[in-house]
Design a protein around this ligand. Sequence first.
Ligand code: ZN
Length: 344
Amino acid sequence: MSLTSVWCEPDLTAQGRQVGWIRVEHSVHRSAYGTIAIPFAVFANGEGPTILLMAGSHGDEYEGQLALTRLVRSLDVSRIRGRILVLPAANLPAVVAGQRTSPLDGGNLNRSFGDHYTDTPTGQIAAFIAEELLPLCDVMLDLHSGGSSLRHLSCSYADLSCDPVMAARTFAALEAMNAPLSWAQAGIPAAPVAGRAALRKGVMHLSGEFGGGGALNAADLNVAERCIYRLLDHLGILEMAAEWRAEIATRFVFNTQAHFTYAPGEGVFEPLAAPGDVVEKGQAAGWIHRPERPEDAPVALHFASDGIVAVTRAMGRCLPGDCLFHLLEETPRAAVLAGIKALK
Ligand SMILES: [Zn+2]
């Protein structure tokens, strides 16, 4: 793959405010020399850290897209110290389709950051972000939600990395974001997600899940904006407004594979727990019904772990293997710090 098929119109070395496009060549029947024009804003003012703010990696996750759109329109560049790169609609074809994946190639941008990039529009976008933008950055904040198929409790998220210095800095930033749930995940993600690319480039990775169910939720948008502006303040890039200053109680959480409940068969999913509920291992989680075979008994579901219900499936019908619940397990702040201290 040649990176010359993707280029950036804003000047990444310039000071001031620029709003333009990253262009990905896309030669098709109706547009032989066409491009995918991905909106990209650059705010630069003097010395200071560089952060990449990204949303729309998944097109059906709206809170981050709107938070960054508002930021692009409202941010006064003279108030910042350092540089803010903004991608409010990172996988643009997915964003305009309102879909998780790109209608052009089926690509899931947040599963395209492996050690090799595919020669598809989604793969080229991932390559440009990882190989051209991340090397300029100190920090990345990637905003997500549950999308169309999942409802997700609002939470901040961080991949702490295996490096003790990076892990301590990342946890401090996560704590500064002060979301109601602060999800600190040890190590480096195994999946080809953006966090893996960020840590590969030595960039602090922060993220968050803010709502879902295929809709924009005002309360989740508020948490997303809280995380953005408190992080910018923590990094010394932009002093936060008074509305974000008051601290709220947060719970530190993590997950393991035992925290997921998957559909064992096809049918209609009836949940017996809602986001925010605290559940126990073995507790009844829900039922799978088969209206198409009314004499079949429903299949009972049980939680495989204790935890806080962070995710429920938002769609009624399910197929075998669909995620129905995802729990997060609370852990003391001291336990997270002890885990970081144990890193060598
Ligand atoms: Zn997402």
